[in-house]
Design a protein around this ligand. Sequence first.
Ligand SMILES: NC(=O)c1ccc[n+]([C@@H]2O[C@H](COP(=O)([O-])OP(=O)(O)OC[C@H]3O[C@@H](n4cnc5c(N)ncnc54)[C@H](OP(=O)(O)O)[C@@H]3O)[C@@H](O)[C@H]2O)c1
Length: 344
Amino acid sequence: MRTHIHEVTDLDKRIIQRAEPYLKHLKETGIVLGRSMRKAAAVCAQEAENAVRDTLERASGADRGVFGADTENHTAAGKKNYAVITGASSGIGLEFAKRLSLEGYPLILIARRRDRLEVLRRELGTECLLLPADLARREDLIRLCEDLVGRRIDIFINNAGFGVSGPFVATEVAREIGMVDVNVTAQHVLFKYILHRMEAEGGGAILNVASSAGLFPAGPYMSGYYATKAYMASLTRGVAEELRQAKSPVYVGCLCPGPVNTEFNDVADVSFALPGISAEECVDYALRMMARRQTVIIPGRQIRAAVIGQRLIPTALTVRITAAQQKKKMEGPAGKLASEQTIS
Ligand SMILES: NC(=O)c1ccc[n+]([C@@H]2O[C@H](COP(=O)([O-])OP(=O)(O)OC[C@H]3O[C@@H](n4cnc5c(N)ncnc54)[C@H](OP(=O)(O)O)[C@@H]3O)[C@@H](O)[C@H]2O)c1
């Protein structure tokens, strides 16, 4: 049973104290957070108190499930909390939206192309809140965090991202920094913000969509993209271990697909060297592995074998083989020769 807590408890104070250095750092690095973010901390604190009560009430040891204690609770009552998906207008994110809508989650969908999100909402016919945002823009990122305040989240799919290909000396720096803003900065900030909230609320699941590219030592001719994905893979693995040691009720995982047939290639201006799997196959596998609380999820047998295989050969050789694969991608039907690469 839920009760409203009006006074500030010790738990509230601890949560707000923990959030303070993080908020301070974001401000110093140029992400200015408004009052709503502080309100978020207060909401978290209250929800944390509720979560503690729920846990005590259910101290009989009921199975918590991958998506947290509260999800189970709400499922039993026939109501689930939000599943939030960034990059929901296409590809892997769109497929997550379809699957999670079928599983009964109300959705919050994020991407730049509002028209695409509106079509998806009509197609799904289930509860969908659209929060269009350009995650490369700090002000949109802040507004998104503020818009999520007070909305209880069971699942967060941190998916929006894109690639830039070409030799590092030739690629356009603005485009690459845009990629770092979306693939690293926005994913990092949202990961941390949602994790704070889920910890306070007593459970939830976060899936960071990185790439198998992040599990290889380097990716010549797509070097920046590989580096952004290595960042998210490493971050997720580290945080997952911290959460395991702290016996956190929150699950975090990292999806590391190889080629998936989406709009990714058109955006990155490449074509795959290996045959791609479908977004349906990718998401189906991801959801099954999330249910097993797997930290690093690699859909597709071929790419799983490649990731394991590369550990057995010298790093320099792996990098050369990857370079050859990347060159093939740029010279394929959708790609342009490296020397005439234009990034659009
Ligand atoms: N396809 C693959 O082979 C593959 C393999 C490994 C990993 N991945 C990763 O999977 C994720 C999804 O990619 P995908 O394959 O599904 O590609 P996709 O079909 O091109 O979808 C990318 C999604 O990200 C969104 N997005 C891109 N830039 C954004 C921005 N600035 N602000 C907000 N949203 C933005 C796009 O929405 P809008 O354009 O409407 O903003 C779109 O919904 C990416 O992180 C990608 O790196 C893909």
